[in-house]
Design a protein around this ligand. Structure first.
Ligand code: FAD
Ligand code: SIN
Length: 521
C-alpha cells in the first residue's frame, strides 16, 4: 500500500455540513481533507453532487429580535412535525445556535434576500406557525449557500479531493482512523484523527427523487459496515410537490413548499382542494400529512398527479426562478398557471446516530447533515430545518473532533466485492412497496430481494454505489418492518394507528444481519 496521506480531520462530503465543518476546523489551525463525488462548486450547467446546491425554500431560523418568534416556538413546531420522535433535549440547542451559524455563513459571504428595511425577508412553509424561513435568490437558497461555502473553502488551507468516492472507513484499535477512496479507478487512503461523514441522503433508493444522482446512501452503508448505529431510517420524507413528468426517473425538479407559503393551492384534477378537512393548517400542514393527502387525491380521481395552482402567487417567475427553470428544463411550461405535481422521495429523517456534538457510536467517527440522526427530525422533518442542522452540526463536529487522538492506521484490507442488487430492480421495488404506503407482505418481499443480492466485484464507482444502495435499502426495510404502527413519514396499511408512545429504534449491521442495537431506545 502507498503511504497514506494524513490530516487531522477527513470530511466525506462537500455540502453544507461538510464544508462548514471543514472551514471551522481549518480556522482552528487543523489540517483538513475533503472528499467529494463531484466538486465543491461546479461550473454553470453541470449537475451538482450536493443536495445543498438544489435547496430552494430556505433556512428556518429565529431572528433574536423578532417579537413574533422564539426558539421555544420553533421547537414547538419542530416537535409537532416530528410526530412524537423529535428529541427536545437534543433539538433545542441546535435551533438556538441557528442565528450564530447564519451570522458565520454571512461572514463567509452568503447573502440572503432582504426587504427595503434591510432585514431578511422571511417566508412560510409547511408546519411553521410563523414566517421564519430566510432565503436567497428567491428560491436559489441552496445554490447561494453552496457558492459561498465553496468560495470560502477555496480561500482556506483545505485540501479538496474532487471526484474521490469514499469506499471504506478504516478502523484500528476500535476507532475510525481514516478513509479509503477511489478516484479515476485509483485507490487512495487518508489517515486522520477524526472522520466526518457528511454524505447527504439516499433519494436514489427510489426511482424518482428530488436528490442529485450521488445521493445513494453511501454514508449510511459506510457507517453500518464500520459498526455504527443507525436509527429512524423508516422515516423517509416524501415531498408533496415534485414536478410530475410521465415515466421520468432519477433526479426530478422540486416545486418548493414556499410556493404554497406564498399562496399556491393544491387541487385535484376535478378542481377540489387536496387538503380541505385534513388538517387545520390545510396546504401548509406538515409534509407527511400533505404528501398522504396528495396520494389520496390521486387515488380518488385516478389521475397520475394533482395540480398546484400558481395563480395566487405574485410574480411567480421572479420569486421562484429555480422552479421556473426546472419546469422549462423538464419540457413543461407555466403559462396556464398550474403545475402537475406528485409526492417524491426527498429527505432521510433518520441516519447515523450521533450525540449533540456529532459523535457516532464508533470512536473517532462523526456524522453531520442529512446522513446523521441527531434527534431533530423525529418521524418527519419540519421544512427548512435541514440546512440549519447542517450548518449548526458542521460547526459542532468540527469543534468536538479536535480532541481525537492520532492513532496509527495499520494494514488496510481493500474491499473488492460486496452484495449489490441491480439498481433499477431495487428502485422499482422500493418505490412500489417501501414508499408512502407499506405493509408486512410488501416489506417481506423487498427484504427477500435485497438479502438475495449477488456479490459483485467493485470495479467502478457505480458498483460501489449499488452496494451502498443495497445495504442502505436493507436498513430502511428492517426499520420499516420493525415499526408496527403508522407515524410521521412511515405509514403501514396493516398498522394504520399510531402507538401511544413513540420509540426510536437503533440498528447495527452484524454478521450480515441488521440487528436491533441494545439499548433499543
Ligand atoms: P449534501 O449537500 O447532499 O452533500 C453530500 C456530499 O457528500 C456531496 O458532496 C457528495 O458528493 C458527497 N458524497 C456522498 N457520498 C460520497 C462518497 N461515497 N464519497 C465521497 N463523497 C460523497 N433543506 C432545507 O433546509 N431547506 C430547503 O429549502 C431545502 N430544499 C431542498 C430542495 C431539494 C431539491 C433537495 C434535494 C433538498 C432540499 N433540502 C432543503 C434538504 C437539504 O438541501 C439537504 O438535506 C442538505 O443540503 C444536505 O446537506 P449535506 O451537507 O448533509 O449533504
Ligand atoms: C422546499 O423548498 O420545499 C424544500 C424545503 C425543505 O426540504 O426543507
Amino acid at each position: 500500500m502507498a503511504k497514506p496521506d494524513r490530516s487531522d480531520l477527513v470530511v466525506v462530503g462537500a455540502g453544507v455540513a461538510g464544508l462548514t465543518a471543514a472551514l471551522v476546523a481549518a480556522a482552528e489551525g487543523r489540517s483538513v481533507t475533503v472528499l467529494t463525488k463531484g466538486r465543491a462548486w461546479e461550473p454553470s450547467g453541470v449537475e451538482h453532487s450536493t443536495s445543498t446546491f438544489y435547496a430552494q425554500g430556505g433556512i428556518a431560523v429565529v431572528e433574536p429580535d423578532n417579537a413574533e418568534d422564539s426558539v421555544a416556538l420553533h421547537l414547538a413546531d419542530t416537535l409537532a412535525a416530528g410526530a412524537g420522535l423529535t428529541d427536545p433535549v437534543e433539538t433545542e440547542p441546535i435551533l438556538a445556535d441557528g442565528w450564530a451559524a447564519i451570522a458565520q455563513l454571512v461572514g463567509w459571504g452568503a447573502e440572503f434576500d432582504r426587504g427595503a428595511d434591510g432585514r431578511f425577508l422571511r417566508t412560510r412553509e409547511g408546519g411553521h406557525s410563523v414566517r421564519r424561513i430566510i432565503h436567497a435568490g428567491g428560491d436559489a437558497t441552496g445554490a447561494r449557500v453552496q457558492e459561498a461555502l465553496a468560495a470560502a473553502v477555496a480561500e482556506a488551507p483545505i485540501r479538496v479531493l474532487d471526484h474521490a468516492v469514499a469506499t471504506q472507513i478504516l478502523l484500528a484499535e476500535g476507532r475510525a482512523v481514516g478513509v479509503e477512496y477511489v478516484t479515476d479507478g485509483v485507490r487512495g487512503v487518508v489517515a486522520a484523527s477524526a472522520v466526518l461523514l457528511a454524505t447527504g441522503g439516499l433519494g436514489h433508493v427510489y426511482s424518482a427523487t428530488t436528490n442529485p444522482s450521488g445521493s445513494t446512501g453511501d454514508g449510511i452503508a459506510l457507517a453500518l459496515r464500520a459498526g455504527a448505529q443507525v436509527a429512524d431510517l423508516e422515516f423517509v420524507q416524501f415531498h408533496p410537490t415534485m414536478l410530475y413528468v410521465p415515466g421520468a426517473r432519477g433526479r426530478r425538479t422540486l416545486v418548493s413548499e414556499a410556493v404554497r407559503g406564498e399562496g399556491g393551492v393544491l387541487v385535484d384534477v376535478d378542481g377540489r382542494s387536496v387538503t380541505e378537512g385534513v388538517h387545520p393548517l390545510g396546504d401548509l400542514a406538515p409534509r407527511d400529512v400533505v404528501a398522504r393527502a396528495v396520494t389520496a387525491a390521486m387515488l380518488r380521481t385516478g389521475a397520475p398527479h394533482v395540480w398546484l395552482d400558481l395563480s395566487p402567487v405574485a410574480e411567480f417567475e421572479k420569486r421562484f426562478p429555480t422552479v421556473t427553470a426546472g419546469v422549462h428544463a423538464s419540457g413543461l411550461g407555466i403559462d396556464d398557471g398550474r403545475l402537475p405535481v406528485v409526492p417524491g422521495a426527498h429527505y432521510l429523517c433518520g441516519g447515523v446516530v450521533t450525540d449533540g456534538d456529532g459523535r457516532t457510536s464508533v470512536p473517532g467517527l462523526y456524522a453531520a447533515g442529512e446522513v446523521a440522526r441527531t434527534g431533530l427530525h423525529g418521524a418527519n422533518r419540519l421544512a427548512s430545518n435541514s440546512l440549519l442542522e447542517g450548518l449548526v452540526m458542521g460547526r459542532a463536529t468540527a469543534r468536538a473532533s479536535a480532541a481525537e487522538p492520532a492513532v496509527p492506521i495499520g494494514d488496510v484490507p481493500s474491499l473488492t466485492a460486496l452484495p449489490a442488487c441491480d439498481r433499477t430492480a431495487l428502485q422499482d421495488a422500493m418505490s412500489s412497496k417501501v414508499a408512502l404506503d407499506r405493509s408486512a407482505a410488501g416489506l417481506d418481499e423487498v427484504a427477500a430481494l435485497l438479502e438475495a443480492a449477488p456479490v459483485r466485484r467493485l470495479d467502478t464507482a457505480a458498483d460501489a454505489e449499488d452496494a451502498n444502495l443495497t445495504l442502505t435499502a436493507r436498513a430502511v426495510v428492517a426499520a420499516a418492518r420493525a415499526r408496527e404502527e403508522s407515524r410521521g413519514c412511515h405509514y403501514r396499511a396493516d398498522f394504520p394507528d399510531t402507538a401511544a408512545v413513540g420509540v426510536p429504534r437503533r440498528f447495527r449491521f452484524v454478521d450480515d444481519e441488521m440487528v436491533a442495537a441494545v439499548p433499543i431506545g
